[in-house]
Design a protein around this ligand. Structure first.
Ligand code: ASP
Length: 353
């Protein structure tokens, strides 16, 4: 066939296709595929996951009103974080705002509502890590700073250190104009009674499976913003009846909090001594980076194998570099929830899926 004939033949085919509207259909098909691909490509997706502690949280433990109060507060925190991420806010701003909401609520063991140490005072710990820079800030045993999460972020952003404790941390809070309150602000009547019970050795709750379990109701948040940056933050009053001066896992970077844009962000809750010894948050990230495990596999191994084998109670929340969310615990329940771009908050208390 001559060149002219081939060219002529092709023109006839194209004309036929066009006249049958085939070309238009093909183009429309490509357009639809492009739109579907753009929507399913999670490059710009953002997500947010929170916890309000793990432990003896099982159906029947709380009244309908109490249950409702937990659900509402978790939903409020998720909605506030979602608004920030939706309007292009950073994961750092989102995590700080979300944790502050939970710190300001007496329902959780952080900020107002923090548990008491053996002397009947509140000593608060918090930490914050930015997975895009690898920078972190932590504060321990502060007793007059209203929102320890904000102080830990300030340590990260405004000091050349990572970890400040006690009076030095409080002085730094004053220098940075953070809200200061009396220690009595944090103390609730329920926690006073609980401490008395614990000191008279009637504390741990027998859960339905007959296990003695504690309640750890530390709060935490992990967010991944539109730019793919991951931040993790955690805040706590520690453990009820703890020794004066005791620090738990929450302010220890790598134990209770860790974030790395290349793997994941993690915030933990549980029996802090086990979380410190097992460097839980970093261990999950390291299993992902060095062994190629998914976030789910890494968290399952650390929370449900390693910790369980040592009787280390607790749980974690996390988001990986692709926005996958994980919420794992080895206790009866964990106050938890997440929200993604669709804006529909999902909140859970017990071991419901
Ligand atoms: N992990 C915290 C601590 O040991 C307690 C908690 O999660 O509620 O201080």
């Amino acid at each position: 066939m001559s060149k002219f004939n081939r060219f002529y033949g092709m023109m006839v085919i194209i004309y036929d296709l066009w006249s049958e509207k085939m070309v238009k259909k093909i183009l429309a098909g490509f357009l639809i595929l492009f739109i579907v691909f753009s929507c399913s490509n999670n490059e710009n997706d953002f997500s947010l996951v929170i916890h309000g502690g793990a432990g003896s949280i099982y159906e029947g433990r709380y009244s309908a009103e109490e249950e409702q109060a937990f659900r509402e507060k978790l939903t409020e925190a998720l909605a506030a974080g979602h608004n920030i991420l939706l309007s292009g806010g950073t994961s750092n701003d989102c995590v700080e705002a979300v944790v502050r909401i939970m710190e300001d609520s007496p329902l959780f063991n952080a900020g107002k509502g923090a548990v008491l140490n053996a002397k009947g005072n509140c000593e608060l710990d918090a930490s914050f890590m930015d997975g895009s820079t690898g920078k972190a800030g932590a504060v321990g045993a502060v007793s007059i700073v209203k929102n320890p999460i904000s102080l830990s972020r300030k340590v990260m952003e405004k000091s050349k250190h990572v970890f400040l404790v006690g009076k030095g941390a409080e002085e730094f809070a004053r220098e940075n104009k953070l809200a200061i309150v009396d220690n009595s602000y944090f103390i609730t009547e329920e926690n006073r009674i609980e401490l008395q019970k614990m000191q008279s050795e009637k504390s741990s709750v027998l859960n339905p499976s007959g296990k003695h379990e504690k309640l750890f109701s530390t709060v935490g948040c992990v967010a991944r913003d539109k730019f793919g940056n991951i931040t993790a933050g955690t805040s706590t009053g520690g453990m009820m009846n703890k020794k004066f001066g005791r620090l738990g896992d929450v302010p220890v970077i790598g134990a209770g909090t860790y974030a790395d844009n290349n793997s994941c962000g993690i915030s933990a809750t549980g029996h802090g001594e086990f979380f410190i010894r097992n460097v839980v948050a970093y261990d999950i990230s390291a299993l992902m980076r060095y062994k190629g495990l998914s976030l789910d596999e890494a968290a399952e191994f650390v929370v449900n194998k390693k910790l369980v084998s040592q009787k280390g109670a607790g749980g974690i929340i996390g988001i990986d570099k692709d926005g996958e969310i994980v919420m794992k615990f080895n206790t009866s329940g964990m106050f938890r929830g997440y929200i993604t771009q669709d804006g529909l908050p999902k909140v859970y208390l017990y071991n419901e899926k």
